[in-house]
Design a protein around this ligand. Structure first.
Ligand code: MN
Length: 508
């Protein structure tokens, strides 16, 4: 019997009969739960969770994650209870759905200064990288159907996508998702510029189509002659937003953007990558200074590939990217690729989240690098990427509670807390911070005219410490003035600075 989830099943790398049954059941449960609810497009709501199921399957996610994706809006929007989800689909699915629901409450309201806080909170809250991947799939479909949303909300969602989701996808190394989100946000925020850039790329693509396919043929021939036969190629045109960005950097001269077109060669092993590079430079003239070996020196998000740029006899400039099958998976799916083929018992989810956080935290990096001990089973795996090895080592240290713990204490997550404005903006503050710090973190004018503070609806003293998750409302009065005593109760240097400034002025 055909079932609406057949396309999800087909998109999965592998599945058992039970997986199929459970995914079908999840769909049926979601459909009943969402009932007559409609999307803004007027279509039945179920198309949304369904689309997310497909994306997650394409990303190579496991059954639990796919099911959680299908059920991700049920707790928020329907009568379905977490207990029922657990009874039918297990603890993990319940945990994932609850976490996604929690994460959905965070909203970006266009305050530049708070963006980084939101990104960090996003990750800290998610706790398990699968939650972030579900959120990214959710956002992808919402962006694809953004035209149906009213303009004000559309703008906010697109901005949030660009400021929060794109960097998160980037840092997780999920190139495919990142590029799509980025272009959709570009299209929504700068429709004219998007249209113009997309048109240019399309025309260029048409113009160079033949030359490009000739280059691919020459390449295939050259590789085969050199004895490399087990490979495949793909061509890609730069995504619209990254082309626009690069174009602006190159003084709006498209001829200076060398990587509009790229041919990717995917070979079996790492050694083949270097051999292939040699062969390519034998076929065509490379442009000097354009070889980038991201295998020897991966990008911070783990991206590994060799780039080189060549000129064909027809004067077409093409970037060639050489990578192994494993690197291909990594560069498209990033962290998701690791969830796919690593032993789940080794718990890469946690580690991957740590990896993301890691990039913000120089102290962690230092400690982990200086004292890295590679976990034996990971070190032994030849396909294990370098950064994961390092990460594992760092996590080992973390478990043993030694140096890593010390570093963590100095770090962000251990010492920071996240509190909210009544509108839901995230403010991150050091632990022990008071309403005084909060007020100045929002705006110095608010600090300077503060007269009282409400936390979670109740009045508190200005020197009372705030706690993670508090909603803080500052009451102001035009005639109010900062008090020198506040200095004793302020934790942040920003607040102290403003208080000193203001009180000195009044003294004079
Ligand atoms: Mn949703």
């Amino acid at each position: 019997m055909p079932h609406p989830t057949d396309d999800i099943i087909r998109a999965m790398k592998s599945h058992t009969a039970e997986d199929q049954k459970a995914i079908q059941e999840a769909y049926d449960v979601a459909k009943v739960a969402h009932n007559t609810e409609l999307r803004k497009s007027g279509e039945p709501y179920i198309i949304h969770p369904h689309a997310i199921g497909v994306t997650l399957a394409e990303l190579g996610m496991d059954r639990d994650t796919i099911i959680a994706g299908i059920l991700h809006d049920t707790l928020e929007d329907t009568e379905l209870k977490a207990e029922e989800i657990e009874k039918k689909f297990g603890q993990t699915v319940r945990f994932l759905v609850e976490s996604v629901t929690k994460l959905s409450k965070l909203k970006y309201r266009g305050l530049e200064r708070h963006v980084e806080s939101l990104r960090r909170l996003f990750v800290a809250t998610a706790n398990d990288v699968r939650v972030i991947i579900i959120k990214l799939a959710d956002r992808l479909h919402n962006m694809q159907t953004l035209e149906y949303v009213d303009p004000v909300k559309r703008h906010r969602i697109a901005l949030e996508t660009r400021e929060v989701y794109v960097p998160v996808a980037e840092r997780l190394g999920m190139g495919v998702v990142k590029a799509q989100l980025e272009d959709l946000a570009f299209k929504a925020l700068e429709p004219e510029k998007y249209k113009e850039t997309a048109r240019f790329l399309k025309e260029r693509g048409e113009q160079e189509k033949e030359a490009l396919s000739k280059a691919v043929n020459d390449l295939r021939k050259g590789l085969a002659e050199a004895g490399i036969t087990n490979f495949h190629t793909e061509s890609r045109i730069k995504n619209v937003h990254s082309f626009a960005t690069k174009l602006a950097k190159k003084g709006n001269d498209p001829d200076k953007v060398y990587d509009i077109f790229a041919i990717r060669i995917i070979v079996p092993t790492l050694a083949d990558c270097y051999r292939t590079l040699g062969i390519i430079h034998n076929i065509w003239r490379p442009i000097p200074g354009r070889v980038k070996d991201y295998i020897a020196a991966p990008k911070p998000n783990g991206y590994r590939t060799i780039h080189t740029t060549i000129i064909t006899p027809h004067k077409l400039i093409i970037e060639i990217q050489i990578r192994s099958e494993e690197m291909q998976k990594e560069s498209k799916f990033g962290v998701a690729a690791h969830l796919l083929y690593k032993d789940p018992k080794k718990n890469p989810e946690k580690l991957a989240t740590v990896a993301w956080a890691w990039q913000f935290i120089p102290s962690l990096m230092k400690v982990a690098r200086g004292q890295a001990k590679v976990a034996p089973e990971v070190a032994a795996a030849p396909d294990s990427p370098e950064w994961l090895k390092e990460l594992n080592a760092a996590a080992e240290e973390f478990k043993s509670g030694k140096a890593f713990d010390q570093a963590l204490r100095e770090d962000f997550f251990a010492e920071r807390m996240f509190v909210f404005t009544p509108k839901g903006d995230v403010i991150d503050l050091p632990v022990g911070a008071t309403p005084i710090d909060f007020a100045y973190a929002v705006h110095s004018d608010i600090g300077n005219t503060m007269m009282g503070a409400k936390v979670n609806g109740k009045m508190i003293a200005l020197h009372d410490p705030l706690h993670n998750g508090d909603i803080v409302e500052i009451q102001t009065k035009k005639s109010a003035k900062p008090n020198k005593k506040w200095l004793e109760h302020a934790k942040t240097s920003g607040a102290k600075h403003h208080i000193r400034n203001a009180t000195n002025k009044t003294q004079k």
